[in-house]
Design a protein around this ligand. Sequence first.
Ligand SMILES: Nc1nc2c(c(=O)[nH]1)N[C@H]1C(S)=C(S)[C@@H](COP(=O)(O)OP(=O)(O)OC[C@H]3O[C@@H](n4cnc5c(N)ncnc54)[C@H](O)[C@@H]3O)O[C@H]1N2
Ligand code: MOO
Ligand SMILES: [Mg+2]
Length: 657
Amino acid sequence: MVVEVGILTVSTQCSKGAANDTSGPALEALLCQEDKQQWRICERKIVPDDKQQISAIVSAWSLRCRLIIVSGGTGISPSDVTIEAIEPLFTKRLPALATAMVVGSLTITPFAALSQVAAGVIGQTVVLAVPGSKKGSVENVQQVLKVLPHAVDTAAATEGTRHLHAPSGKVKSKVACNCSRPEDQEDQNIGVHGLSNDLGISVSRRARRSPYPMIPVAKALQLVLDHVKLLPIKRLLLNQISYGQILAEDVIAQENVPGYPASIMDGYAMIAADGPGVFAVRSALTAGSANLEGSEMLKSGEVVRVATGAPIPPGADAVVMVEDTELVTSDANGEEQQVRILASKEPIVQGQNIRPIGHDLRAETVVLRAGTQISEIGGEIGTMAISGNKEFAVYAMPRIAVMSTGDEVVDVLNTSQPHSSLAYGCIRDSNRPALLAALHALGCQTMDLGVVRDDPDLLSHTIRSSLQSCDGLISTGGVSMGERDWLKPVVEQRLGGTIHFGRVAMKPSKPTTFATVPSQSDSRDRFVFALPGNPVSALVAFHMFVAPALRMISGYLIDNTVADVTSKLRPSVQAEFIDQSVQLDRVRPEYIRGVLAWDHERKVWVVSMTDHKQQSSRIASMQSANALISLPIGTNERPSITTGETVTVIVIGTPLI
Ligand SMILES: Nc1nc2c(c(=O)[nH]1)N[C@H]1C(S)=C(S)[C@@H](COP(=O)(O)OP(=O)(O)OC[C@H]3O[C@@H](n4cnc5c(N)ncnc54)[C@H](O)[C@@H]3O)O[C@H]1N2
Ligand code: MOO
Ligand SMILES: [Mg+2]
């Protein structure tokens, strides 16, 4: 049997070209001498003493090599990190194999005692870590050369099973995956997977199956919510606050509203006990009239003309509307001298038409709770304005970078380019405009990264630099199995990111990818949603995963009282399906685009499809959609849904009412 071997040289000097790699070629020669038929060197690489790079490469190779030898970085200096990089990946340790290497080498030199060799299994791959010197590496491998074929056979012989491992280097769990499972079937290997194709790999050697298990939608959403973090709190002036923002602290009224007893009507302030009759008009008070403290008390038989909002003069305890009075006498200037308060069915009572101090807001009480969303209706902004506070604590709104990717994708937002006819094989970018609009509707700030070509260098540079000033990034395209689908390897291998999931059991949007990337400036990881390129897949994934995450980090859950947070972040209703029958997909749950409306006669929610061409490439099927109709996987017993059945509908827009 031919065994695929990877030889990784770890040396910062060699990786910079400052020294020649001697151990790699020596190990190659050793294996070739042994038996050319048996060992085939399929991977060779030199990397610096960098833990992340070492573990990323060993992880990726473990998907296609049966034996990996890592030489170098096994000493005891602080820069030696090979053992720390690979041991956490081991799904099984082989301590005796490591001991055999050390014991054998000690018979040659006592310096062997200063190397930390390691041996273990990652999935079905045997991995050895040996010293970096030409002599040391060869001597160590020689000690175990005879048993290596058997070790490799045994590791590979775990029939039908493959142990997957976490990309971050931490072994989360050992899981078995049935290799005969159809590619599209949901995988239970949640949260554990191998790495994407090595960026430098030729197309013929790329993995032909995705290393990312296809996880259920609910689990994917949970992973997203587990890994995104609340944004910082900001103290903003009222005119800096945007609709949609969430209060991070209670708003306390600083003063009473009104701060004085105020008239509710235009009319006459009087003493209620006087009752109807003729009164002398002593003076007039309009809204904004100065403080009346110290002014003369109103006497029986007098009234003061007041406007709505004007302070009530001292001594007065009721206001009668102007409509319930008539003029009796006036002076030469037209000023009122006497008015009659007309008798009506209702007696005049104390406090009539007067707002006492603090009637609307009482000083030092909470007028808006933390967790309140500032709506576009205006009620919250108005209350904040009147509360007497200058600044308000709110959660920052996310700033999100948006990027379309693809050599064939033509930018329609770049106005400096003339609008030209589309070249053969190209398509206009519909994803970025749609996502930017959806983000703005959620109140997010955006950074438009344009259309980026399918080039790992360009992609990694664009993502890295945008994440310096954004909380997260949304890209579309390049996440599936194509030879230029670079997003996953770029995130893992160039940005040091962790992919939490790379496929979801749903139709559309199967290759939806969610990752976190360490920040270069602070301890808050940035998130990357690498959405599929198909336009409907991108938008459905946005509403299923990205929008709830954005709500969560903007503070939507801080006053959470409901057990099921999903219902707050991604609301759904039960509705009657009123369209023609639809065949259910036999492999993935499907989210078809729908129009949700309230049936006023029957008092039920009803939902129909936007149209009957629901392909994931066809953005027109998203037109008018305000809902995603969540359809279960079809079975022989239930192959379709028919008119009148009740379905779960995820609300993504304003329902028709
Ligand atoms: N062998 C396999 N092939 C595919 C699989 C699979 O599992 N195995 N999955 C399919 C599914 S499902 C989807 S969804 C797509 C996702 O593809 P990518 O995310 O890699 O996206 P691209 O390959 O870059 O593009 C796919 C499609 O979308 C068009 N596109 C891309 N960007 C835009 C844009 N900004 N505006 C408009 N249209 C865009 C692009 O031209 C392609 O037609 O993969 C399947 N393949
Ligand atoms: O998941 Mo893809 O989004 O089916 O077309
Ligand atoms: Mg693709």
